[in-house]
Design a protein. Structure first.
Length: 115
């Protein structure tokens, strides 16, 4: 006979659970089954939260791991401070004569004339 409170398998002639001490054939068995149902719901919610957290972490990681498309205007440009190349340079501002470039590698910014 299984205890409805803790799930322990007792002998068939037992009247008290050997594991938790709950009476096996009593009015409390309804309370025990409600406790088990509540515990199962809490477990289900915990598993759902963990899965949701893993999915969110995976999406964030994938989003940050994909390289940005390089600006075609930076094809022959390198950072004058660190020497980083094409995939790290971003045009952050421009006017009619110059483009302000930003190096994602070293955080350096500078203006280059538009050619």
């Amino acid at each position: 006979m299984f205890c409805k409170y803790c799930g322990y398998e007792n002998t068939d002639d037992a009247s008290i659970c050997e594991n938790c001490g709950v009476e096996l054939n009593s009015i409390h068995s309804e309370d025990a089954s409600m406790y088990t149902d509540k515990r199962n719901k809490i477990l289900l919610v915990a598993v759902a939260v963990i899965i949701l957290g893993v999915v969110i972490a995976a999406l964030i990681t994938l989003n940050y791991s994909q390289p940005d498309k390089a600006d075609p205007r930076a094809s022959n440009l390198v950072c004058p401070y660190c020497g980083a190349g094409l995939n790290t340079l971003v045009a952050v501002r421009e006017n009619t004569t110059h483009i302000k470039w930003y190096c994602q590698y070293c955080d350096y910014t500078w203006w280059e004339p538009i050619s």
